[in-house]
Design a protein around this ligand. Structure first.
Ligand code: ZN
Length: 272
């Protein structure tokens, strides 16, 4: 794999985002490698706990909006002929679909987050059962600036509560590690230097529990959230997200894509 490292350490699978020169921004090949790594960990009976961590200064800058990211997007999303349908189908698989699938894998998972975790970056951390944050970690979802109401996976309200979710989305500001811990989005905050060791210590501790007990405990919590409406709201808010792409397409005469974003939105619609 080119963008993801996969290692095992005594019952613990360690999945590492390894595109540090791009702040671990996600493009199509990286996402597919990441999904494959989750599959490998899920299928291995010797693996009890899955850790998702990142090389470099930042956990993830989100979806790759650079020319390279746009290249992959244009290869796979036929906007010219299919318009919003193409966007919807691709994002349903690669964004909502992947993240929801990782969330439901019946093994405990832990995200270790340092530096920036922006927009699509949240969609790599939120599906994990636990989040350990370095003291320099900061979280944001600024996509309202692109006239879209948040990333494809609406964890916001569930993770932060309604008012803080709105504040985050309305302002696009960063949420610091300590504030995230206070809100319950993060389990604990540790020093940057000890992020990996603290994460692995917790992973190994959990890995000694009975695997069926762990799966049952995870299922109990996730099922409770689903009964409260989490699963259904993910789908319906994904559809709200898609109206943002539809708006971008309409105001730019079919040229805008998710990656074309702010600049084109600004030139295409004065009210943005
Ligand atoms: Zn989108």
């Amino acid at each position: 794999m080119d963008f993801i490292n996969y290692e095992t350490d005594n019952k613990v699978a360690v999945i590492t985002l390894d595109r540090p020169e791009k702040s671990n921004a996600q493009h199509a090949p990286m996402l597919r490698e990441l999904d494959s790594a989750w599959d490998t960990a899920a299928a291995d009976d010797d693996i009890r706990v899955i850790v998702v961590r990142a090389n470099g200064k930042h956990f993830s800058a989100g979806h790759d909006l650079s020319d390279e990211g746009k290249h992959w997007w244009s290869q796979e999303v036929d906007i010219q002929n299919k318009g919003l349908e193409a966007v919807y189908q691709w994002e349903r698989t690669h964004y909502l679909g992947f993240t929801r699938k990782w969330r439901d894998i019946p093994k405990p998972s832990i995200a270790a987050v340092q530096g920036a975790c922006i927009a699509g970056g949240l969609m790599l951390a939120w599906p994990c059962d636990l989040i350990i944050a370095a003291d320099d970690a900061k979280f944001s979802d600024p996509v309202a600036r692109m006239a879209i109401g948040g990333v494809e996976y609406h964890g916001h309200t569930w993770e932060l509560g309604a008012r803080k979710a709105k504040e985050l989305l309305f302002t696009g500001r960063y949420l610091g590690a300590e504030e995230a811990e206070k809100l319950g989005m993060v389990n604990r905050v540790v020093s940057r230097d000890s992020l990996d060791s603290e994460t692995m210590q917790l992973a190994h501790e959990i890995a000694e529990m009975h695997p069926f007990g762990l799966a049952a405990a995870k299922r109990a919590v996730n099922q409770t959230l689903d009964i409260m409406g989490f699963y259904a709201s993910l789908q319906s808010v994904f559809d709200i997200h898609a109206t943002g792409h539809g708006n971008a397409l309409s105001v730019t005469g079919g040229k805008a894509t998710i990656l074309s974003n702010l600049q084109e939105m600004k030139s295409g619609a004065k009210h943005v």
